[in-house]
Write a protein that binds this ligand. Structure first.
Ligand code: SF4
Length: 453
């Protein structure tokens, strides 16, 4: 097979980013090499997201445009994976004659084989659900760092979701919850630390429901698992791991032990991304989120008591069916009260196969747009105020590389997960992967500016 250089285009959440790393690892193991860019690639894989309809449209327009890319060099191969692939499956092959293979979220391991068949002219699709733990055993590639070195890594601890929020297609695209044995996770984190990784982010659709899979079915917790807070404590003991993050927790499983972990574990970062979605109890119930505004705010207060320097970020949906002006005002009030440092906010868009799709009370698009604007403008003010409040503080930045602001600055993240740009002084180069003590000198709407302390 002559096709050797690959590129992966990734949309969506960190789980998708991590899946792309795994596919990348599998392709490296199979003798492929990463292409400098897509123009240089022989194989292009698009890892899709279907959380919002725009993301799906994006795939369709990408595939339309790729006709030219394929025609430029005979033998080029295009594969599609991720949540849209899982949902649409083999129908994608029918719709796009230039597409060579389709793989679902449980079928990453089949990519090299499908590629080999594509090189022989076969067009295949695999979207079967895999309930085995073998899905966690994939190489994770090197997408998180430079060749031969990485300093940050994602580690999957659980996958799938049993929550069935009324607006979300994840339970059908990612399947039911399944948790990985703790010993394997600890082993992987130890190996990463030995490789030089300083920061790990534990991943799961409802990451703090880790190990719960069998609990709901009336048995003890899933074999080989332990409570999430205990897993964090075990990882905190791994020498070399300076920072532990996790995403995304669900408020329903945010227990006292997890809050205590934030007070006690030195490497657990003072940042929590805790999706709230709405500040109205009525809408939360319609969304089937299974917590109330009051319960959410209690978690926030307890977290702040545990870590005064905590930064809290969230996900919000506006214009959910039936959302009144008052419901929306409740959301704005919650954003203020919780003090979100940042948030991802979206207009509700109905997804096929979800209960919310048939709900009455559609919010007119222009009203939903106006609410989104109001929410985002409030968030902007809060983000800037938070950044300004940090000026003068000393902190530590894990450098990712050159700043977007130009070669005179490098950029990284602080423990609160804020982007910090650092002026490079004189001839003291600061390499990616360095953990640098800094003092914050200035605030901008999107980042902090610092100098080496
Ligand atoms: S918790 Fe709700 S929003 Fe999150 S993945 Fe599960 S169903 Fe979707």
């Amino acid at each position: 097979m002559e096709t050797r250089r690959f590129a992966i285009r990734t949309y969506g959440c960190q789980m998708n980013v991590h899946d792309s790393e795994k596919v990348s690892g599998l392709l490296l193991e199979s003798g492929f090499t990463p292409a400098g860019d897509e123009a240089d690639a022989d194989v292009l894989i698009i890892n899709t997201c279907s959380i919002r309809d725009k993301a799906e449209h994006q795939l369709y327009s990408d595939l339309g445009r790729l006709r030219e890319w394929k025609a430029e060099r005979p033998g080029r191969i295009v594969g599609v994976g991720g949540c849209v692939a899982q949902q649409v499956g083999a129908r994608l092959l029918k719709r796009f004659p230039g597409l060579d293979f389709v793989f679902g979220t449980h079928n990453l391991r089949h990519v090299p084989g499908m590629l080999a068949r594509a090189a022989e002219g076969a067009r295949t699709a695999r979207v079967d659900e895999d309930r085995s733990l073998a899905r966690f055993d994939l190489p994770s590639g090197r997408a998180g760092g430079g060749p031969g070195r990485r300093w940050k890594a994602f580690v999957t601890v659980m996958e799938g979701c049993d929550m069935f929020c009324s607006f979300c297609i994840v339970p059908s695209t990612r399947g039911r919850e399944i948790s990985r044995p703790a010993a394997e996770i600890i082993r992987e984190v130890r190996a990463l630390a030995e490789e030089g990784v300083l920061e790990v982010t534990l991943l799961g659709q409802t990451v703090n429901a880790y190990g719960r899979h069998d609990v709901r079915r009336g048995r003890a917790r899933s074999e080989g698992t332990m409570p999430f807070a205990e897993l964090l404590a075990r990882l905190d003991e791994v020498p070399g791991i300076e920072r532990i993050r996790y995403t995304s927790p669900h408020p329903l499983f945010f227990d006292a032990d997890l809050i205590r972990a934030h007070r006690e574990l030195g490497s657990l970062c003072p940042h929590v991304h805790l999706p709230v979605q709405s500040g109205s109890d009525r809408i939360l119930a319609a969304m089937r989120r299974r917590y109330t505004r009051g319960a959410y705010l209690e978690i926030v207060a307890a977290l702040r008591r545990a870590r005064a320097d905590l930064s809290l970020t969230s996900d919000l949906i506006v214009g959910f069916p039936g959302e009144t002006r008052q419901d929306f005002e409740d959301t704005l009030a919650l954003v203020r009260e919780a003090g979100f440092v940042d948030s991802f906010s979206f207009k509700y868009s109905p997804r096929p196969g979800t209960p919310a799709r048939g709900m009455e009370g559609e919010v007119p698009p222009e009203e939903a747009q106006a609410r989104l604007r109001a929410l985002q403008s409030l968030q902007k003010e809060q983000t800037l105020a938070y950044h300004r409040g940090r000026v003068g503080e000393r902190t530590q930045v894990l450098i990712d590389g050159e700043s977007r602001r130009g070669p005179e600055q490098v950029s990284g993240r602080d423990p609160q997960n804020r982007v910090v740009n650092l002026e490079v002084e004189g001839d003291r180069p600061i390499g990616p992967g360095s953990l640098v003590p800094v003092r914050i000198r200035a605030a901008t709407p999107h980042s902090l500016l610092a100098a080496v302390a």
